[in-house]
Write a protein that binds this ligand. Structure first.
Ligand SMILES: *[C@@H]1O[C@H](CO)[C@@H](O)[C@H](O)[C@H]1NC(C)=O
Ligand SMILES: *[C@@H]1O[C@H](CO)[C@@H](O)[C@H](O)[C@H]1NC(C)=O
Ligand SMILES: *[C@@H]1O[C@H](CO)[C@@H](O)[C@H](O)[C@H]1NC(C)=O
Ligand SMILES: *[C@@H]1O[C@H](CO)[C@@H](O)[C@H](O)[C@H]1NC(C)=O
Ligand SMILES: *[C@@H]1O[C@H](CO)[C@@H](O)[C@H](O)[C@H]1NC(C)=O
Length: 531
């Protein structure tokens, strides 16, 4: 376990000094205990490090995945976190066991090259479609059986068995205790909601705990992500509605009505399915086929306020035969494989970690291929993206490493020592508000805060209102009133005419900018396979 802590307060020093000048105080290391050093002539000196009274201890963060690196998240946006939550906390990013910089490093592969062949980094950002061909699901199934068998065969030290979320919850308690605190203060998004809710179930004595972009916990522990798709299509509908309202200047894919825009997207998808396009850019190359297109759309649903306008441009160019715009918008790997075995431990092991944690937490998936086919078809009743999102269960069907006695629910606690703050967007493509409401119910006394926006977790759309509630909760322990709904401060399709831009004070601008920084960093780190 490696943790990276941002100490936001300079230490205050008490000095035992005579007013002489020949002693260099900088040579004395400040300490929380008195550590004496000879100084001046015949004196002993010490520097005592004290804690400012307003200091409120560590605030742990998990960026989701599972498999996202909390260290990377805090390195990338520690200052922005402090802007949002207040300077009183140590913002602590940590890599859960098995993830990223944490040791022992886990991988099922001997080299980066082998990894790239079996789970190309592109697989982390592009979901396969189970409907790509009549045998796509069968092939996917076989692929993940192979990866799962490799993992089991190379599970040296049996570390993979111990990456389950309950163990990470125990590790979070240890980190908190190492700071000299008893009660966890935590903020977790997406899968971080599973970790946070698990913690509060196992250790109801909590300090502060915010979960945002909340899973349906029963669905998570049964590797059944269908309920997670409850609002995916509604999120897409906001693209059609917003584009129709925005007009052709601000939404390039505009048509006179939402239903016409929807039909145009269907037509485009069908045409790209028939005729995929090759793209070569100076740094990369690839094929824009219908799977790429669906992923580009799904990707935009995660971060709509950032992505809808450019998605509209990408779709328009694609409809005109130019696939470069859409291709360049996606995080496509640049083929800079280091091919360097000594670069192990793999820093990027998010898909391996995803399997070990998400599949390892859940009830083993023993479905046959026809079962999985039926599961996928049932998922279509929930969402038109089921061909992409159902692939997660197929992936888990290859996973054979499960620890006896791991926590598998039920999630909840009758009385946590402090109420949880549970947060969700009106429409989230992969963690619908229903998951937040259900989880809040399982922790009586907790508060549910709704942000009236779309996208995955509230952090994809900074809201001054939501930030004020976060800060009031962490700093003052204040909860939003039941039924509180926060508006956001960004239009879905930003108007090109700048005249309408609202004037805000510098502090508000700084907060929103901090929110955008966190969005960018978290988005890069949590990766796409982050349901
Ligand atoms: C699956 O693919 C076929 C074409 O092979 C298509 O006709 C059908 O609509 C697709 N189903 C879904 C749910 O996308
Ligand atoms: C395609 O779009 C890109 C911008 O995304 C542009 O640079 C390029 O010139 C276009 N290609 C053609 C053939 O129009
Ligand atoms: C291989 O990786 C190691 C560790 O990251 C690095 O120190 C070394 O320079 C790399 N060698 C090459 C040839 O890239
Ligand atoms: C839960 O409630 C009971 C009875 O009110 C109390 O004794 C116990 O300490 C509480 N537990 C926590 C974690 O607050
Ligand atoms: C905390 O409460 C105090 C006193 O009511 C108030 O002045 C302050 O603004 C609150 N802080 C936050 C972050 O809400």
């Amino acid at each position: 376990m490696l943790s990276c802590s941002f100490l936001l307060f300079p230490a205050l020093y008490l000095s035992s000094a005579l007013a002489a000048s020949e002693f260099n105080w900088q040579t004395v290391k400040p300490s929380t205990k008195l550590t004496w050093t000879p100084c001046y002539e015949g004196f002993q000196c010490a520097r005592l490090q004290t804690t400012p009274p307003q200091y409120r201890g560590p605030l742990l963060f998990n960026p989701g995945g599972p498999g996202g690196s909390g260290v990377d998240a805090v390195v990338g946006s520690g200052a922005a976190f402090a802007t949002v939550f207040g300077p009183q906390f140590d913002i602590v990013g940590f890599d859960p066991r098995g993830v990223s910089y944490s040791t022992p490093a886990i991988s099922f592969f001997k080299t980066d090259v082998e990894r790239e062949l079996l789970i190309p980094s592109a697989a982390s950002i592009v979901y396969p479609s189970l409907n790509a061909s009549s045998t796509a699901l069968n092939q996917e199934w076989a692929h993940w059986q192979l990866v799962g068998q490799l993992a089991a065969a190379r599970n040296n030290g049996d570390y993979l068995r111990h990456m389950t979320t309950d163990n990470v919850a125990r590790d979070m308690l240890r980190i908190t205790e190492a700071f000299g605190y008893e009660k966890l203060q935590y903020w977790g998004i997406s899968y971080g909601s599973v970790l946070g809710a698990m913690f509060a179930s196992l250790f109801p004595v909590i300090g502060r705990l915010i979960i945002d972009g909340v899973f349906d916990m029963d669905a998570y522990y049964s590797a059944n992500l269908t309920p997670q798709m409850a609002d995916t299509d509604k999120t897409l509908q906001t693209f059609f509605d917003g584009c129709a309202t925005a007009g052709p200047t601000d939404c390039a894919f505009h048509a006179p009505s939402a239903s016409a825009i929807s039909r145009n997207l269907d037509t485009l998808t069908a045409s790209i399915r028939d005729q995929p396009l090759a793209v070569v850019t100076p740094t990369s190359h690839g094929i824009v086929d219908f799977v790429f297109l669906l992923n580009a759309v799904l990707n935009a649903l995660y971060v709509p306020y950032d992505a809808f306008a450019s998605l509209a441009q990408g779709l328009t160019d694609l409809a005109a035969g130019n696939a470069t715009t859409l291709y360049a918008q996606s995080a496509v790997p640049t083929f800079e494989c280091a091919c360097n075995a000594s670069a192990v431990p793999f820093h990027l092991n998010n898909l391996e970690a995803y399997m070990a944690v998400a599949c390892g937490d859940a009830t083993p998936v023993e479905d046959s291929i026809p079962h999985l086919q039926r599961y996928y078809e049932d998922g279509l009743k929930m969402s038109s993206f089921a061909d992409l999102l159902s692939s997660t269960r197929v992936l888990c069907s290859g996973w054979k490493i499960h620890r006896e006695g791991r926590f598998r629910g039920p999630v909840g606690a009758q009385n946590t020592s402090f109420p949880l703050l549970v947060v969700g967007n009106t429409f989230d493509p992969v963690t619908p508000l229903a998951g937040a409401a259900k989880t809040a119910k399982s922790f009586p006394g907790s508060a549910l805060l709704t942000q009236d926006s779309i996208g995955h977790t509230t952090f994809t759309t900074p809201s001054l209102c939501t930030f004020a509630y976060f800060r009031a909760y962490f700093v003052n322990g204040t909860l939003p009133a039941p039924g509180t709904v926060c508006a956001v401060d960004t239009p879905l399709f930003p108007p090109s005419s700048s005249g309408a831009a609202r004037k805000r004070d510098a502090e508000a601008e700084e907060l929103l900018e901090a929110g955008r920084t966190i969005r960018g960093v978290v988005r890069r780190i949590a990766g796409r396979r982050a349901l």
